[in-house]
Design a protein around this ligand. Structure first.
Ligand SMILES: *Cc1c(COP(=O)(O)O)cnc(C)c1O
Length: 386
């Protein structure tokens, strides 16, 4: 079955629930066992054994995400950041070495430099275009390589296949933050990834009203990751799981629109005199385009661009009066967003030296002509404020 069919069918079983289309929102802390034998045999760590491990509602989301990402099984936790932190804690111990792509999500970098550093786990950041050259950075104690393709804010692709091959030869595992592509537009396990993470907060939720993260692993890593994750995290709450399941049902159609409108706006921005360059791997002249074409099935509506050098007043004139683009953290909802970013403090392997203001845009589900009109008016104010 194709993904657009799977998102409408996975994780529900109307026959088991009186014909009702959607699974109920099961809430639980205590789960009773009918006999002492059943109590002693209850499957700890499985949804339905205790509320912290989730309920059948959690199991439904987990099954759907595991299938869509092409992994063995999935754990749903309270946020994307929780999924990242818990996975790294599950896989690493004092004395280990971690390799992280330089364009990683800012809070992932802070976690590596802060908490993991405090635990005696060393991190080396590498250039996104390193490919098989990553072999030179391996130490005997390197255990994990962390990827995020394309990267946060600057959207660099990575050669996931080449990096995974080197990592596996060295006995290390590959974790990938797959939030940008969602489980539909990148199938990380087919590329050699061992653990895939989603901030379900973003496209799976799709409506800017839930926080959830998912951790999907290979069969080989499942027990180790699951036990480690539950040492530090608990399963996502039942309401979040219900909202995530609802979001999943429309993910395929939403993403098609995000991709189409995103490319339209990327191409429009590329030709604006106020814009130095656009960072979007689905644009044919993007440095990551060849890898994106080879490994991804589509593009989301999130990308970056760099403005020509401008004053703070010009930037404010551009952003402060936009009608349709909101300014706020997170993305992946139906609404469009536009924020200024500052990659410089978050890049150590490849210093960020662009002279203009970097921007991150999320192209939502509004009509793209209305979005372009809004940006056009913004650029007129931008020029007038020069
Ligand atoms: C938002 C985001 C996260 C964190 O997700 P939360 O649910 O907000 O904790 C992780 N990775 C990427 C790439 C993100 O954009």
């Amino acid at each position: 079955m194709k993904d657009s069919t799977l998102v409408t069918t996975l994780g529900r079983d109307p026959e088991q629930q009186q014909g009702i289309v959607n699974p109920p929102t099961w809430r639980a802390s205590t789960v009773l066992s009918p006999t002492v034998a059943a109590f002693r045999n209850r499957r700890y760590g499985e949804p339905g054994s205790y509320g912290r491990y989730g309920t059948p509602t959690t199991a439904a989301v987990q099954e759907a995400v595991a299938r869509l990402e092409g992994g063995y099984r999935t754990i749903a936790v309270g946020s994307g950041k929780t999924a990242i932190s818990a996975t790294l804690l599950a896989l690493l111990k004092t004395g280990d070495h971690l390799l992280v792509v330089d364009c990683v999500y800012g809070p992932t970098r802070r976690f590596a430099d802060g908490m993991l550093g405090k635990l005696g786990i060393a991190t080396t950041y590498f250039a996104p275009d390193i490919g098989a050259g990553i072999a030179a950075l391996f130490r005997p104690e390197t255990r994990v390589v962390f990827l995020e393709a394309p990267g946060s804010w600057t959207f660099e692709m990575q050669d996931i296949r080449a990096i995974a091959e080197v990592a596996h030869a060295a006995g290390a595992v590959v974790v990938m933050d797959n939030t940008w592509a969602s489980p539909l537009y990148c199938k990380p396990f087919a590329l050699g990834v061992d653990v895939s993470i989603q901030a379900a907060t973003k496209y799976i939720g799709g409506h800017s009203d839930l926080m959830m993260g998912t951790i999907t692993t290979t069969e080989a890593l499942w027990e180790r990751v699951r036990h480690g994750v539950f040492e530090v995290a608990s399963a996502a709450g039942p309401d979040e799981c219900t909202l995530a399941l609802r979001g999943l049902r429309t993910l395929a159609v939403r993403l098609e629109r995000h991709m189409e409108s995103g490319l339209l706006l990327a191409d429009w921005l590329r030709r604006r005199p106020e814009v130095r360059r656009v960072m979007h791997p689905a644009l044919p002249d993007d440095p990551g385009h060849v890898l994106w074409r080879r490994d991804f099935l589509g593009a989301s509506g999130l990308f970056g661009f760099v403005l020509e050098p401008c004053s703070g007043a010009q930037l404010a004139a551009f952003l402060d009066h936009l009608e349709l683009f909101g300014m706020g953290a997170s993305w992946g909802g139906y609404e469009s967003l536009l924020i200024p970013t500052d990659p410089a403090p978050l890049r150590t392997a490849v210093p960020w030296r662009e002279p203009g203001q970097a921007m991150r845009i999320h192209v939502g589900l509004e009509d793209p002509e209305d979005l372009i009109r809004d940006l056009e008016a913004g650029f007129a104010r931008f020029r007038a404020a020069a």
